[in-house]
Ligand binder design. Structure first.
Ligand SMILES: CC(=O)N[C@H]1[C@@H](OP(=O)(O)OP(=O)(O)OC[C@H]2O[C@@H](n3ccc(=O)[nH]c3=O)[C@H](O)[C@@H]2O)O[C@H](CO)[C@@H](O)[C@@H]1O
Ligand SMILES: C=C(OP(=O)(O)O)C(=O)O
Length: 473
């Protein structure tokens, strides 16, 4: 297993392009099962989860070509993948593949809708607390599917036996913690080929759902309202070929904003999905981190001098020139950070609230704020495996149920730590970038699930970070 070794204390500067989104790409790839025509996805990130989804789709009868080959990219650009479901006889999504990632369950809706039968292993994914699939199952049952569980598999067939068509219906996807993102993806994909109209209430509003609906519509589906809690789907008889560019990864984008902020850096991010990050950018602004759009006509490498206070010459947060460019999905932005980080109260919530997938990274930043912060996790109340590791680095954290009180410290100190899940690992990398001395992060395979060659990106920005191959250090 690889490890990262970081010598902290380097200020990050330079430009990085945000990759295509992992959490959008995975369900969009599974949509290839909905048609017997080819689907081309552009700017897919080159990640281990994507390689596992390729394996899964091949085992389900798809031929897959990628340019360049998956596993051969460095950082910056993704791959274009052509997926073609040519053998509809295979409907078993095996435990060996699905256990490696949560999004393996995205095969369920498309297989059931197109082939009328699916046997899909209960999924794996990050160990971030309970992750039931009851809402996926109830949602598909409301479309008439007959579903039972056996030996760790979800076995589903159409209302009138294997091969029969799902029926449009009123589907409610609300659970104890709000809606479900991948459950919405499953029901939406299945409803696209159902007979009649489906109305999904309490649908997840995450931007990745909008990206999926956009793809399905370009394949011939009739979906309106995606991105809101009520989505209407008029079923169609078939879906056809399409080409689609994956939206930028809002979580990777937020992580690199915090990487710049925690090192008091000066970083420009391209392909930045501003409008998907409103809540995160709001909290960051409170903390003292401004994300300023660079107008399209200016060069991304131009020098924007910070305004200085007249008396001391000390840089303050605001940068000139101000722009009126409307924030969009593929902006270029510059990160400016005050020297003093303010504390903040943060509650993770379904979109458009603050994303749980940025909670660990924000906690790393708040360990260095000037005062007490409180972070409350409302999606996965046990998603705090980074807390004991940050404590090893000198952070001051007190967990009380689903909340953590973060008392800012003057500095973090490098230490050997253990990555336990994807975003916890990202939080530890950020802490290591700011810490005094050496931080060794073991088990970075978690990071490779969600960040394309993170160490190369950070090296390019001036970080001292090395991947040590083969064994934990
Ligand atoms: C591959 C992918 O896109 N993963 C994301 C997706 O995961 P995923 O789609 O698995 O997460 P969900 O949106 O389903 O989970 C949200 C909440 O609903 C609960 N729940 C979920 C399903 C269900 O059947 N029953 C139920 O009670 C979960 O325990 C959790 O408390 O959304 C999460 C929440 O934004 C993110 O952290 C993950 O990064
Ligand atoms: C939790 C995540 O992924 P998954 O749902 O695949 O475990 C994540 O992307 O932060």
């Amino acid at each position: 297993m690889d490890a990262f070794v970081i010598q902290g204390g380097k200020r990050l500067t330079g430009t990085v392009r945000i990759h295509g989104s992992k959490n959008a790409a995975l369900p969009l790839m599974a949509a290839a099962l909905l048609t017997d025509q080819p689907l081309t996805l552009k700017d897919v990130p080159d990640l281990s989860d994507i390689r596992n989804m390729v394996k899964l789709l091949k085992s389900l009868g798809c031929t897959i070509d990628s340019t360049p080959d998956l596993g051969t990219t460095s950082d910056g650009l993704g791959v274009d993948i052509k997926l073609h479901a040519t053998d509809p006889s295979k409907s078993l999504a095996h435990y060996d593949i699905v256990r490696t990632m949560r999004a393996g369950i995205c095969a369920l809706g498309p297989l059931l809708a197109k082939r009328g039968y699916a046997k899909v292993s209960m999924p794996g994914g990050c160990a971030i607390g309970d992750r039931p699939v009851d809402l996926h199952i109830r949602g598909l049952q409301q479309l008439g599917a007959k579903i039972h569980l056996a030996e760790g598999y979800i076995i589903a067939e159409g209302p009138n036996g294997p091969g029969s068509k799902l029926q449009g219906a009123h589907v409610f996807l609300g659970g104890p913690n709000g809606s479900t993102v991948l459950g919405t993806a499953n029901v939406l994909s299945a409803a696209a080929l159902a007979e009649g109209t489906t109305i999904i209430e309490c649908a997840a509003c995450e931007p990745e759902i909008e990206d999926l609906a956009n793809l399905l519509n370009s394949m011939g589906a009739k979906i309106t309202g995606a991105g809101s809690p009520v989505v209407t789907v008029e079923g169609v008889d078939e879906l056809t070929a399409a080409t689609h560019t994956i939206m930028p990864d809002r979580i990777e984008a937020g992580t690199y904003v915090i990487a710049s902020a925690i090192t008091n850096g000066d970083v420009i991010l391209e392909n930045f999905p501003t409008r998907t990050l409103t809540a995160a950018l709001d909290r960051l602004r409170v903390i003292g981190v401004d994300v300023t759009p660079i107008p399209p006509h200016s060069s991304s490498t131009q020098s924007l001098e910070p305004i200085t206070t007249p008396d001391s010459g000390t840089p303050i947060a605001t940068l000139e020139p101000k722009t009126t460019t409307l924030p969009g999905l593929r902006d270029t932005v510059r990160i400016a950070t005050s020297r003093r980080l303010e504390p903040a109260h943060v509650v993770t919530q379904p979109h458009p609230g603050f994303p749980t997938d940025l909670q660990a990274q924000l906690m790393a930043l708040l360990t260095l704020a000037d005062g007490n912060s409180v972070i409350t996790e409302k999606i996965f109340p046990d998603r705090f495996l980074h807390v004991p590791e940050l404590l090893r680095m000198g952070a001051s954290l007190t967990r009380i149920g689903p909340s953590v009180m973060v008392t800012g410290v003057r500095e973090l100190i490098g230490a050997p730590v253990m990555a336990s899940d994807l975003r916890a690992s990202a939080g530890l990398v950020l802490a290591g970038l700011a810490a005094r001395g050496t931080t060794t992060i073991n088990r970075v395979y978690h990071l490779d699930r969600g960040y394309q060659r993170m160490e190369l990106t950070l090296q390019k920005l001036g970080a001292d970070i090395q991947r040590v191959k083969g064994a934990s250090v």
